[in-house]
Design a protein around this ligand. Structure first.
Ligand SMILES: [Zn+2]
Length: 117
């Protein structure tokens, strides 16, 4: 009887630890994905800046390239939002504006005030 209760208690501790581990793995995948998206986004912003600069300096408008980069940036930003939402299910989420890790309970980022949900 006492042993059963003890075993039940141990089992529930293990179950809870397993759930937390699964959540942590889910979140670490999210961080890796997020880092890749952020790198791609930074690259797209850099190329957009270069295209804008060259258009201004040379007086030649390369609107095709600029539009393509802007579309790419919009797509990457959408993917980052999806990534945030996925991580939100894990109990924490990273602010898309300042990068602070917040609880998924937060409606606004306490660091910068960005609306989180
Ligand atoms: Zn923030």
């Amino acid at each position: 009887m006492l042993l059963d209760e003890t075993m039940g208690g141990i089992r529930s501790v293990f179950d809870s630890a397993a759930q937390k581990t699964a959540g942590a793995i889910e979140n670490s995948r999210g961080y890796v994905e997020r880092a890749k998206l952020r790198a791609a986004l930074n690259d797209a912003y850099r190329r957009l800046g270069k295209a804008e600069y060259e258009a201004a300096v040379n007086g030649v408008s390369s609107m095709d390239e600029i539009n393509a980069l802007m579309q790419k940036i919009s797509e990457l930003r959408r993917q980052m939002l999806d990534n945030e939402r996925g991580m939100q299910r894990g109990g924490t989420m990273t602010c898309p504006t300042c990068g602070k890790l917040n609880s998924s309970e937060d409606a606004f980022c306490p660091a910068c005030g960005t609306q989180l949900r």
